[in-house]
Design a protein around this ligand. Structure first.
Ligand code: FBP
Ligand code: MG
Ligand code: MG
Length: 349
């Protein structure tokens, strides 16, 4: 335990540097203020005026919008007015909003992640990504968000759970801050989180089993076979259906998360969005010593084609993520699974 406040931590990272790092720090402070407003709304549950119900509308991706989705989006957008942010992109808005054209940063947000869980009192959160704004004569604000995730200057998420937490990476390690009721601010709870390389816990929505491609099915089959299968050890399973909560668990005790592509209509690229979900989570996970891929390709190297693009997402303990890739590309995996499982070869016709 370190005990530095978020403010002190950000000051120690930026020092007296009068550069973009200070602007990133200012943005994070503003987001933290808005997150505390969201926390109040979430904590009130059904007693809050804006808590229940859908808007009747849908977001740019066709998802049904909850009242809180829209309210949180408004809160984060307004907290960035006057901040050094050129443009703001959100899951809830079809196009980016232009803020200060002279500013150097771009912020992409999933204002409320896991919002299908709102009514069930399960942890939900806000995911954010900070990028350098792309400048140029007549440049469209969307260009700022079509940069690969490896250009992120910072990424993080707020978790509205039993503890309100901020998971943050400025590109050198991943830190966890917890909101202190006593001090009224975020205080560092865990320093330089390090995800265990090995794990025996996987997270996936098993109800989609029949829709997955075979490589994912075989990977999961092998986990389920436990000590009697090729993994020769038993696996545990978790699925919170809230990306932020599943990520926090993996940071805390290791594990692997999979939301692969599947055969359902609209899921050919999985469910999660590259720019404001997969990229920030991948940045946090890599900075904590883990890995994040599409199953095969590193998430942070992908060049987004559009703001709301979906992407298959696999992340967590490094060795396990590498193993999932091998089920896709390595014919020797069949050999490794033989003789018990050899008949269902990975590359069968
Ligand atoms: O309900 P499913 O298909 O298991 O999907 C759960 C996933 O969808 C999400 O809720 C998508 O995020 P939003 O709630 O922001 O749309 C993730 O948090 C979660 O991992
Ligand atoms: Mg989300
Ligand atoms: Mg959302």
């Amino acid at each position: 335990m370190s005990g530095a406040t978020l403010e002190a931590y950000l000051a120690s990272c930026t020092g007296n540097r009068d550069d973009i790092a200070r602007e990133v720090a200012a943005v994070i402070q503003r987001l933290a203020m808005a997150a505390l407003e969201v926390r109040k709304l979430v904590n009130q549950g059904a007693l809050g005026t804006a808590f229940n119900g859908t808007r009747g509308g849908s977001n740019a991706d066709g998802d049904l919008q909850k009242e809180l989705d829209v309210l949180c989006d408004d809160l984060f957008l307004s907290c960035l007015q006057g901040a050094p942010v050129a443009c703001y992109a959100s899951e809830e808005l079809e196009n980016p909003v232009l803020l200060d054209p002279n500013a150097r940063l771009a912020v992409a947000i999933d204002p409320l992640d896991g919002s299908s869980n709102i009514d069930t009192n399960i942890s939900i959160g806000t995911v954010f990504s900070v990028l350098p704004a792309v400048k140029g004569p007549g440049s469209d604000p969307v260009q700022s968000f079509l940069q690969p995730g490896n250009r992120q200057l910072a990424a993080g998420f707020f978790l509205y759970g039993p503890q309100t937490a901020l998971v943050l990476s400025l590109g050198k390690g991943t830190e966890i801050f917890i909101f202190s009721n006593r001090l009224g601010c975020f205080v560092q709870g865990y320093k330089s989180v390090n995800i265990a390389e090995r794990t025996s816990e996987f997270a996936i929505n098993m109800s989609n089993y029949r829709h997955w491609e075979e490589a994912i099915r075989l990977y999961v089959d092998d986990c389920l076979a436990g000590s009697e299968g090729p993994r020769e050890r038993d696996f545990n399973m978790r699925w919170i259906a809230s990306l932020v909560a599943d990520t926090y668990r993996i940071l805390a005790r290791g594990g692997i998360f999979l939301y692969p592509a599947d055969g359902r209509k609209g899921y050919s690229q999985g469910r999660l969005r590259l720019v404001y979900e997969a990229n920030p989570i991948a940045f946090i996970i890599e900075n904590a010593g883990g890995a994040a891929t599409t199953s095969v390709t590193r998430i942070l190297d992908l060049v987004p084609e559009n703001l709301h693009q979906r992407v298959p997402l696999v992340f967590g303990s490094r060795r396990e993520v590498a193993r999932v890739a091998r089920y896709h590309v390595d014919p020797n995996m069949i050999g490794e699974r033989a003789p018990l499982f050899g008949k269902r070869g990975l590359f069968r016709a």
